[in-house]
Design a protein around this ligand. Structure first.
Ligand code: GDP
Ligand code: IMO
Ligand code: MG
Length: 441
C-alpha cells in the first residue's frame, strides 16, 4: 500500500484539508509531520464546516488513525479545545488519535515571545499567526524545548519549566519590555493537560513502522506551503519548519525509503497571509473580487489573504523541491468571472528574465512578473464533476499551468464540498489509490 505525502505548493491555504479528506477513505493512517496550530485546514461536509489546526484532516472518517508526529509543535490547550469541539460533534477520538512523545510543546512564553518579536521587528515583521510556533521551534533547536514525554514526567517537567521561565522572563522583561510569567501559573494547567492527553501520547514512530510493515497505507499531511519552508521558502518571511516533502520523513520517523510518492496541492491563483515577498500580488478591485469569491480569509486568524495570479515559476520550483509526482488544482471556480486570466512565466529583474525561482530577497521584491495572458471562460465551473464538462478555455488554462510547471494534474476541485471534485484518469493518483476514481456518491 503506498505511503504518499500531500504538500502545499504555494504559501499555504491551497486546500490541503479538502484533498486529505478526499484521500482519507483510501488509506489507513494520516499523519501531520510539521507545523502547529498555525495551520487551518478546512473540510466541508454538506453544510457542516470543520477547521483542523493540529489534528489531521482525516479524523471525520471513522476508523482512520490520525497521528501528530514528532515534527509538530503542540499547544496542549489548543489541542484539547480542538479535541473537545470534535467530540461534541460526535467524532470518536479514542483509539484513533496518537500524539508523538517526541513532539515539542508550545508554552505560554512562546506565545508571549512570538508577539514580542513581531512588535520589535516593526516594518519587517513576519505577520505570524501569533501562536508561538517560531519560538517553540527555536527552543527545540536550542535544546531547551519541552516534549510531550516530559509532560508525563512531573519532576522533570517542573525542572525544565523552572529553568526556562528564569531565562524567558529575563528576555521578556529586559529585552522586550513585556509581561513576565510565573512557574505556578503554567504548572497547574499543564499538569491538568497531561492528565487529559496521557492516553494519546505514545511512540508514534514505532507504531507507524509497525503499521507500514503490516502493509498499511500512510498519508502524510503537510501544513503551510513550499514557499513558507524554513530552508526553501522566502526566508525570513517563512514559518519555522520544513513544510516540504523532506519534512515528512524527519517529522514522523518514517524513513524516506518507505515513502512512495508526493502529491502537491495548488490553488488556481495565489494567496499569501502575513508579510513577505509575493511577486504576482494584485492590488485593488480585482484582488478584492478574488478575495470575496474565494472567501480568502485566514482559517486560523481570520486575516484577509493577499491575492494574486497563478505563478508557474513557483509551481515548477515546488515540483523540483518536493519531487512532485502530480498536482491537485483547487478553486478553479473562483476565476469563473475573470475576463482574462494571467499566468506568471518568469521574473524580469534588471533587464534579465529569470525562469527559475531566485534565492535573493531583493529579487523577490523588485522583480516584475512576466505574464502570459489567456481569455477567461466566463462560465460557471462551480460543482462540475467531470473534466469534459469544463469550458474549453478552463481546460486550456489548466493544461497550460501543468505544461509550464512540468507536472501533470490528477484532480481539479470546483467547490469546497467533498463532491465538487474531478478525478482525472490515468494519473499517479489513480495508480496509488484505484478507488479514488469514484469518490462521488
Ligand atoms: P489548507 O490550509 O490548505 O487546508 O486550506 P484552507 O482550508 O486554509 O483554505 C482553503 C479554503 O478554500 C477553505 O475554505 C476550503 O473550504 C475552500 N476550498 C477548497 N477547495 C475549494 C474549491 O475548489 N473551490 C472553492 N470555492 N473553495 C474551495
Ligand atoms: P495552512 O496549513 C498560510 C504564515 C503566517 C506568517 C508565517 C509565519 O493552513 O496552509 P507562523 O505563525 O507560522 O510563525 O507565521 O507563515 N502561515 C500560514 N499561511 N497558511 C498556513 O497554514 C500558515 N501557517 C503559517 O501567516 O506569514
Ligand atoms: Mg489553511
Amino acid at each position: 500500500m503506498p505511503n504518499i505525502v500531500v504538500v502545499g505548493t504555494q504559501w499555504g491555504d491551497e486546500g490541503k484539508g479538502k484533498v486529505v479528506d478526499i484521500l482519507a477513505p483510501h488509506v489507513d493512517v494520516v499523519v501531520r509531520y510539521q507545523g502547529g496550530n498555525n495551520a487551518g485546514h478546512t473540510v466541508v461536509v454538506g453544510k457542516e464546516k470543520y477547521v483542523f489546526h493540529s489534528i489531521p484532516s482525516a479524523i471525520l472518517h471513522p476508523g482512520r488513525r490520525c497521528v501528530i508526529g514528532c515534527g509538530v509543535v503542540v499547544d496542549p490547550a489548543s489541542l484539547i479545545e480542538e479535541m473537545e469541539a470534535l467530540v461534541r460533534r460526535g467524532v470518536v477520538l479514542d483509539g484513533n488519535l496518537f500524539i508523538s512523545k517526541n513532539a515539542h510543546m508550545i508554552m505560554p512564553y512562546h506565545r508571549a515571545l512570538d508577539l514580542a518579536w513581531e512588535a520589535k521587528l516593526g516594518k519587517r515583521r513576519i505577520g505570524t499567526t501569533g501562536r508561538g510556533v517560531g519560538p517553540a521551534y527555536a527552543d527545540k533547536a536550542a535544546r531547551v524545548g519541552i516534549r510531550m514525554a516530559d509532560l508525563l514526567d512531573e519532576p522533570l517537567f517542573k525542572e525544565k519549566l523552572q529553568a526556562n521561565i528564569r531565562e524567558k522572563n529575563k528576555l521578556l522583561r529586559e529585552i522586550y519590555d513585556a509581561q513576565t510569567l510565573t512557574v505556578e501559573e503554567i504548572l497547574g494547567p499543564y499538569l491538568r493537560y497531561a492528565g487529559w492527553l496521557a492516553p494519546y501520547i505514545t511512540d508514534t514512530a514505532l507504531l507507524l513502522a509497525r503499521w507500514i510493515e503490516a502493509g498499511q497505507s500512510v498519508l502524510f499531511e503537510g501544513a503551510q506551503g513550499t514557499m513558507l519552508d524554513i530552508d526553501h521558502g522566502t526566508y525570513p518571511f517563512i514559518t519555522s519548519s520544513n513544510t516540504t516533502a523532506g519534512g515528512a520523513a524527519t517529522g514522523t520517523g518514517v524513513p524516506p525509503t518507505k515513502i512512495n510518492g508526493v502529491l502537491g496541492v495548488a490553488k488556481a491563483y495565489t494567496t499569501r497571509v502575513g508579510s513577505g515577498p509575493f511577486p504576482t500580488e494584485l492590488r485593488g478591485e480585482l484582488a478584492d473580487q478574488i478575495r470575496a469569491r474565494g472567501n480568502e480569509y485566514g482559517a486560523t486568524t481570520g486575516r484577509p489573504r493577499r491575492c494574486g495570479w497563478f505563478d508557474a515559476v513557483v509551481l515548477r520550483y515546488a515540483a523540483r523541491i518536493n519531487g512532485l509526482d502530480t498536482v491537485a488544482l483547487t478553486k478553479l471556480d473562483v476565476l469563473d468571472q475573470c475576463e482574462t486570466v494571467k499566468i506568471c512565466v518568469g521574473y524580469k529583474y534588471r533587464g534579465e528574465v529569470l525562469s527559475e525561482f531566485p534565492e535573493e530577497e531583493r529579487i523577490w521584491t523588485e522583480a516584475e512578473p512576466v505574464y502570459e495572458e489567456m481569455s477567461g471562460w466566463l462560465a460557471s465551473t462551480r460543482g462540475l464533476r467531470s473534466y469534459v464538462d469544463l469550458p474549453t478555455k478552463a481546460r486550456q488554462y489548466l493544461e497550460r499551468l501543468a505544461e509550464l510547471a512540468g507536472v501533470e494534474l490528477c484532480l481539479v476541485s470546483t467547490g469546497a464540498v467533498r463532491e465538487d471534485t474531478i478525478v482525472l484518469d490515468g494519473t499517479p493518483l489513480t495508480g496509488w489509490f484505484p478507488g479514488v476514481r469514484y469518490p462521488i456518491a
